[in-house]
Write a protein that binds this ligand. Sequence first.
Ligand code: 4G0
Length: 239
Amino acid sequence: MQINVITLFPEMFTAITECGITSKAAEQGLIELNYFNPREFTTDKHRTVDDKPYGGGPGMLMKTQPLVAAIKAARRGLRARGTNLEAKVAYLSPQGRVLDQAGVLELASRDSMILVCGRYQGIDQRVIDQEVDEEWSVGNFVLSGGELAAMTLIDAVTRLQSGAVGDKDSVSQDSFSNGLLHWPEYTKPKVFNNQYVPSVLLSGDHKAIREWRLEQSLITTRTKRPELISKKGLDQKKH
Ligand code: 4G0
């Protein structure tokens, strides 16, 4: 998957390109990241990337011209490479569709995307109307920029690229892949501060372990995130 990021801070993305599973995936070519920095598309001496909002008020917006030039360059780059011409431009913002594992699955199946990271108070509405195809949010809170939201999205879609996660069962057994939370896990020692590992996990009875884990998943989900159960319709007996 080719991921093109519009950002004033490409250095931030070393957090995913230099650490862990996402860095391995980048090395293996499962994801390819390209950056388009609006600052490189400025035309004034001071390389200005922010601008005042019409109507006044606190805060700044991203300057329109360098931002649009960067988005267009990303689109051109895609065309030149003959890759997916239909790469959607996705804007990370608190107003977007809230990302969940189903959304991650949708995004992970694409072969390219363009992610726009806003800074300050965001971007001019006309740039959204003209250049942005979809808006995504990683949760109902505000960040200082879209970069951490973009990295969150990239990390989540990367783990779904085939070969990115060592054991493919660990992806299919993730929380949310069946709409439920994960069961509790235990490792050594068998007794930790007087608490024992549940005996079924030491029994070697694989069917019993499977049943126990499903039951624990249901209990954990009902206790911590009951709304996930109603979403799945497991709370209603079907006749
Ligand atoms: C657009 C995404 C972008 C508008 C980006 C801020 C949170 C998320 C930004 C704003 C972001 C998220 C109106 C403050 C950059 N913060 N929840 N910050 N406003 O995905």
